[in-house]
Design a protein around this ligand. Structure first.
Ligand code: TXA
Ligand code: MG
Length: 322
């Protein structure tokens, strides 16, 4: 497994050919790094599950280069979903849509719908375009971390997560740090109205503004509730225990906006100025806690109806429930 630092045109060509040959290619996106495989190659897709140690009933998002290729993967697409795609793609938004026959059970975990995204990252888009030019249709890619762990936001993080689980022909493309830092917003578009399954940088307010309707959040009380394994109660977890209340003792980690002073003796992990900075650096902060071998991290969660919603979602899932 090699890291490709300079994603020049020949390097992208090589990576696309490697995907076509059935290898795995981890690549940068604006949200987090993904672990990619040819979405039509069952053996390659099986290797994603193996490398992540992920249960096979957890479906994968298929990445495509443009909305123009959407019809290959999805059918009966509601008007509002087209609007969302036109407005937010390329970008941190995944749409769950009714699948076409192209989409196999090994991508969807046997469900009749599929998650599709066009990422907003020059390296990801170049890879997708080249992959399609070489005859590919789409790249299946979950976040490039071991199952249940923190998503990687740099090529170095991917290596730390997966080096022991990738083969010598697999690649990691280095496209610098992810600019959003949290996984995409996932919207279920298989019903009359959209439902947010996972909050992200595309917020409920942004969706409401565009569609002029009140978008709902997924909840077990909702009759349209669909099981999203990312909604497992525990996820995005570092080895350190994460606490959303209480005070750190000497030597414990501390994460909060910069306006909150560091409690005496605590180890400041990140000091973001805005909620966007918070999102971009949160996973780096959690990884830093692990590399410093801290056993506890105390977090002051941000507030607001912007990306703070997504931050709080991930923090709640990372939090210690002992
Ligand atoms: O930002 C992102 O979405 C990143 C980058 C690499 O694109 N990908 C990502 O994938 O976060 P993953 O697999 O780590 O998280 C996607 C979540 C999983 O919980 C998966 O089970 C769920 O979305 N999911 C994918 N397809 C689905 C579907 N058809 N129906 C319901 N849930 C789905
Ligand atoms: Mg993930």
């Amino acid at each position: 497994m090699a890291i490709t630092a300079n994603c020049t045109a020949p390097a992208i060509k090589h990576a696309a050919a490697s995907l076509i040959a059935g290898n795995l290619v981890a690549f940068p996106t604006e949200t987090v790094y993904g672990l990619g495989a040819d979405a039509l190659n069952e053996i390659a897709v099986a290797r994603i599950y193996e490398a992540k140690s992920r249960p096979t009933n957890h479906p994968l998002i298929v990445h495509i280069s443009s909305i123009d290729n959407l019809d290959k993967w999805a059918k009966d697409i509601p008007e509002y979903a087209i609007k969302l795609a036109r407005n937010f793609w390329p970008g941190p938004l995944t749409l769950i849509l009714s699948k076409t026959d192209l989409v196999k059970d090994f991508i969807t975990g046997g469900q009749n719908n599929v998650g599709i995204r066009v990422p907003a990252h020059t390296v990801a888009l170049a890879l997708l375009k080249e992959f399609e030019a070489q005859g590919g249709f789409g790249i299946a890619a979950p976040s490039a971390n071991r199952f249940g762990k923190v998503s990687p936001t740099s090529a170095y993080d991917v290596k730390a997560e997966l080096a022991d689980h990738l083969k010598s022909d697999d690649l990691i493309l280095d496209g610098g740090p992810s600019s959003v830092g949290l996984e995409s917003t996932i919207i279920n578009c298989t019903n009359i109205t959209p439902v947010i399954l996972r909050p992200g940088a595309v917020t409920a307010a942004m969706i409401n503004d565009l569609l002029g309707i009140q978008v709902e959040a997924n909840s077990k009380a909702n009759p349209d509730f669909i099981r999203v394994p990312g909604l497992l109660e525990s996820h995005y977890s570092p080895f350190a225990k994460v606490y959303l209340s209480g005070n750190p003792s000497v030597g414990d980690g501390f994460i909060a906006l910069s306006k909150h002073p560091t409690p005496e003796g605590a180890i400041r992990l990140i000091a973001p100025v805005t909620n966007e900075d918070y999102a971009r650096t949160l996973y780096q902060g959690l990884r830093l806690a692990d590399s410093k071998m801290l056993s506890k991290v105390f977090v002051v969660a941000p507030t607001g109806d912007d990306i703070a919603v997504a931050i709080c979602d991930r923090l709640t899932k990372a939090a210690y429930k002992g």
